[in-house]
Write a protein that binds this ligand. Structure first.
Ligand SMILES: *Cc1c(COP(=O)(O)O)cnc(C)c1O
Length: 414
């Protein structure tokens, strides 16, 4: 059973001050998890996790992670500014974008971020904007050489990255232009729970870097293995065994990298979901019960607050507060109020009998939850609240108001 470090009484206390719906994060859980990740990969020289800002773009969360030693993986101008405002600068920022506007490269260069180019044509594009920085990374798209999965799709169909041939050409160009420090990046997984997938990716990247460095007579400073580490959304899922992944990568590192010209190669990752996903949940109240051809539970959150179930049928576990141990002997669809029939948090879900006014905990919304929110149908994004280490709670983003929704409109000009 999924648990969260609070009880009904605590939630009721928060609700008296901050009405539902809201996302609630667990600072202690996030910090402990961050330390566990660093411990698992501590053998790697210069190991760094660049937290994928898009997963949870809240400065309070970024600051916690920065305090734990993480950098930021940004892919837009606002994300770069968010990192900057949080005090994350220089090589603690990795900028991995695609279809990049000039001003974004300009800002990334100004912050001295590590820039990860998505296409070979961006070498000239970037050079014109800011000149080439001293260290440059390319994003690799292995195409048919690597299988995908359901969420990320097949690499061959993905718009990202360089082909294998372009990598050789690209590094040759950089070398001719006097660049001496190089990185290589890939991102070929999404919510992947098979640990071998990450080991295989590392092996693929080590082999490729060895080949490139031989052919072009250059070396690499780091490899970035991307994000995509899965989390157990379903109660029966098992969390990824980081020690297993780490020891698999270590074996390959010792075999291929140790003693080669790439030694000591740094390894980076840029995980989002794995870091904060399990340490957030969406708290929502039951407004209505409806019995037609099916039984519906209508809540005060909608897919504007959590889009994953609506857009890709993602499973998010649901707990009815105070009924944790009651038998799940009812079958409900749990819905929001958006005028879209896929605004459902759960379909045919076995749950205990639910009454109007019950509080539901929709689990694992700490990554790609609030962040994906939108305003379709006049829906407003919810607040974010954090349960601090010492047990108090703090609002770290207020809920949007109708005035926020109207802020970009020109009523005066009517
Ligand atoms: C979305 C994204 C990530 C993070 O993905 P998770 O599934 O949250 O680990 C990392 N890198 C890039 C380039 C991304 O687009």
């Amino acid at each position: 059973m999924k648990r969260f470090p609070f009880d009904k009484k605590q939630i009721e206390k928060i609700i008296r001050k901050h009405p539902t719906p809201f996302h609630l994060y667990d600072e202690k859980g996030i910090r402990e998890n961050a330390r566990k990740l660093l411990a698992a990969f501590s053998w790697i020289p210069g190991f760094k996790e660049y937290f994928a800002v898009k997963a949870n773009p809240n400065p309070y969360i970024l600051k916690i992670l920065h305090e734990e030693g993480f950098g930021a993986d940004c892919s837009s101008l606002p994300e770069l500014i968010l990192a900057e405002k949080t005090g994350i600068r220089g090589h603690e920022i990795m900028f991995s974008s695609n279809d990049t506007p000039a001003e974004e490269y300009k800002k990334a260069a100004e912050l001295n971020a590590i820039i990860n180019l998505d296409d070979i044509s961006h070498i000239d594009f970037l050079e014109k904007i800011s000149g080439l920085p001293e260290i440059i990374c390319f994003r690799y798209n292995p195409g048919p050489l690597k299988g995908g999965n359901a969420i990320i799709g097949e690499p061959e169909e993905a718009k990202y990255g360089f082909t294998r041939e372009q990598l050789f050409e690209g590094y040759r160009i950089l070398k001719e232009r006097g660049i001496k420090r190089f990185g290589l990046h890939t991102m070929v997984a999404s919510n992947e729970l098979n640990p071998d997938y990450f080991i295989d990716t590392a092996v693929m990247m080590f082999d490729l870097m060895i080949e490139i460095s031989r052919e072009i007579d250059m070396s690499f400073e780091f490899v970035n293995l991307g994000g995509g580490f899965g989390i157990p959304y379903r109660p029966e899922d098992r969390p990824l065994d980081l020690e297993y992944i780490s020891s698999g990568i270590k074996r390959a590192y010792e075999e291929k990298i140790k003693g080669s010209r790439l030694d000591p190669l740094k390894i980076f990752i840029e995980s989002g979901r794995l870091i904060t996903g399990p340490y957030g949940c969406l708290i929502t109240k039951v407004l209505h019960k409806k019995n037609i051809y099916k039984k519906y539970i209508g809540v005060d959150a909608s897919m504007a607050n959590l889009m994953r179930p609506g857009i890709y049928g993602a499973y998010h576990h649901i707990t009815v507060l105070g009924k944790e141990d009651a038998p799940a002997d009812r079958i409900y669809d749990v819905t929001g109020s958006l005028c879209e029939n896929n605004d459902k948090f759960a379909i045919d879900r076995k749950l205990p009998e639910i009454e109007i006014g019950d509080i539901l905990v929709i689990h694992d919304t700490g990554a790609h939850g609030h962040a994906m929110g939108f305003n379709y149908n006049g829906k407003l994004r919810s607040a974010e609240i954090i349960l601090k280490e010492e047990g108090s709670f703090q609002m770290i983003r207020r809920a949007e108001t109708i005035d926020d929704y109207f802020a970009t409109l020109d009523f005066a000009g009517l």
